[in-house]
Design a protein around this ligand. Structure first.
Ligand code: FES
Length: 64
């Protein structure tokens, strides 16, 4: 569980990141939730950064 307040799982955050959410706030909105206590923000951000980095490396491989 990434966000206890909103019951958001890691796979939910990764899915939102793949759909274009660049920040935890945008990812939570895309999932129909809102950030509350904020304790999850660093973890959610790390997951989003990781997912976006993985996406861009795939895109670069496709372009090569
Ligand atoms: S744990 Fe995510 S807002 Fe509280």
């Amino acid at each position: 569980m990434v966000c206890v307040c909103n019951a958001i799982r890691e796979c939910d955050v990764r899915g939102a990141a793949r759909n274009g959410a660049a920040t935890p706030c945008k990812a939570y909105r895309a999932l129909g939730r809102q950030p509350r206590c904020g304790q999850c923000a660093p973890f959610a951000r790390a997951i989003i950064d990781d997912e976006r980095a993985a996406m861009s490396s795939v895109l670069c491989q496709d372009a090569a």
